[in-house]
Ligand binder design. Structure first.
Ligand code: TRP
Length: 454
């Protein structure tokens, strides 16, 4: 019952939109600071391994569920397993997307601020200290509140017009531009004096620091960076025509996403060490390090403004996917409600994000279980809800959809054989759920062995 007018117009359109969802703050903002606080290279390596194994299998699982049913996050489960309560996996995904977008858009707002400041010449930090600059920005509730609002308004404006016109067109040009600019920063960063220590921190693993929690963070990061566990990819692939190869799309998306993760690590860490910052700065890391790197570049302010604009775009394309999943269940039945639902959801997300937005300023002393609201929200979503959603999807797809449908969907349009199908099915049925459960048990302290946990 897929509405023809709601299909992607081209294969590249779907890949770009799905890659647009995947590539965003996860690779550029989150990976550097999570790697920075969790041991650097060892974390990065575990993250890559988890992406290539669990990440790829789950991405394909979400794609298959979406395309075989042609439905949104809730209806897909209802269609594949009628009369069962499994659709609550979709509900869980919607709840997680809502919470995720609430703090994601706060960071999106920070980018808006850095962009506006760079074109208005207000990026020079007090005493040349970019840490103080970040602190003074986030201490101002009006500035962060307005920027957060501006970000959500931009997201809603695009999403309310529908998937094709809004999301697909712009991705084609801006994502490649972002890649090119990133390569320029990497070159600048690794040629700074003292950069090699940072390259080693990012690429030479030291496993002595690895704990059960390192695995949980890497798992959360892998799912976050591929937009998995909340059925976003189910919703997106429900618009994909039957003839397209899902495996090829998945391959491109995972490849692009890992490539940008590598670039962002190579852009940040050499500069962190060369310019005397701490890798364990936490969420502000890239907002402190990147302006400092651009400062070292000829025409730095111009390039920084361009970079901020492109990163803002990448962040918005991810936000579109999160907003789309919130509104799809309402609009697939009645597309005329799209505008109203989009604005209402946007408003609710905005309100939910306010305590996160104030976490680095006036609410910085308000600690929940020992950490600020923003960090706890991120922890809840990335390290609990996403892995939990992923676990449920890896139980649902291979057991509730018939083997012949799975095989057809997986192998459609590709020249991969049944060996690939069996391996994927095995990964999804046994390896993925077990791995997620084991990581949870380690972190809860119910399994001894890998170092100290929380
Ligand atoms: N993947 C995006 C990023 O890395 C964020 C994102 C968009 C996301 N949609 C998602 C994360 C769904 C988890 C689930 O920036």
């Amino acid at each position: 019952m897929t509405n023809q007018s709601e299909q992607w117009t081209s294969k590249i359109g779907f890949i770009l939109a799905a890659a647009g969802s995947a590539i965003g703050l996860g690779a550029v903002w989150k990976l550097p600071y999570v790697a920075g606080t969790n041991g650097g290279a060892a974390f990065f390596l575990i993250f890559i391994l988890l992406t290539l194994t669990l990440g790829v299998s789950l991405l394909l699982a979400e794609f298959i569920l979406g395309r075989s049913t042609g439905k949104d996050a809730i209806q897909a489960y209802k269609t594949a397993a009628p009369g069962t309560p499994w659709y609550f996996v979709g509900l869980l995904g919607i709840a997680a997307s809502f919470l995720l977008l609430s703090f994601y858009s706060v960071v999106g707002g920070w980018i808006v601020i850095y962009f506006v400041r760079s074109i208005t010449g207000q990026l020079s930090p007090p005493d040349g200290n970019f840490e103080l600059l970040f602190e003074s920005i986030t201490a101002n509730p009006l500035e962060v509140g307005l920027a957060h609002l501006a970000f959500m308004v931009m997201a809603v404006l695009v999403v309310q017009t529908g998937i094709q016109k809004g999301i697909e067109r712009a991705s084609k040009w801006l994502m490649p531009a972002l890649f090119i600019l990133f390569i320029i920063i990497v070159i600048r960063s690794v040629t700074l004096d003292g950069a090699m220590e940072g390259v080693a921190f990012f690429l030479q693993p030291d496993f002595s620091e690895v704990t059960g929690e390192t695995f949980l963070f890497a798992l959360g990061q892998a799912f976050f960076a591929l937009s998995l566990g909340v059925s976003v990819m189910v919703t997106y692939s429900s618009y994909v025509p039957k003839r397209e190869s899902l495996t090829r799309s998945a391959g491109s998306i995972v490849g692009l996403s890992l490539f940008i993760a590598l670039l962002s690590g190579l852009a940040i860490f050499p500069a962190v060490f060369a310019l005397g910052f701490e890798p364990s700065e936490g969420p502000p890391l890239i907002f402190i390090v990147l302006p400092a790197v651009f400062n070292e570049l000829a025409f730095g302010t111009f390039f920084f403004a361009l970079f901020a604009a492109l990163l803002l775009f990448a962040t918005l394309t991810s936000a579109f996917s999160l907003l789309e999943i919130l509104i799809a269940p309402f609009t697939k039945k009645d597309p005329s409600k799209r505008k109203k639902v989009a604005w209402t959801s946007g408003l609710l997300v905005y309100l939910m994000g306010i305590p996160s937005a104030l976490s680095f300023g006036i609410l910085s002393d308000w600690l929940i279980f020992g950490d600020i609201f923003f960090n706890q929200m991120d922890y809840l979503v990335s390290n609990i809800l996403l892995p939990l959603g992923a676990l449920l999807i890896s139980l649902f797809v291979p057991w509730k959809i018939s083997k012949s449908v799975l095989r057809d969907e997986l192998l459609q349009g590709s020249n991969l054989g049944s060996g690939f199908f069996s391996t994927w099915l095995f990964m999804l049925r046994f390896v993925t759920p077990l791995a997620i459960i084991i990581v949870f048990l380690y972190v809860l302290g119910w399994l001894p062995g890998i170092g100290p946990t929380i």
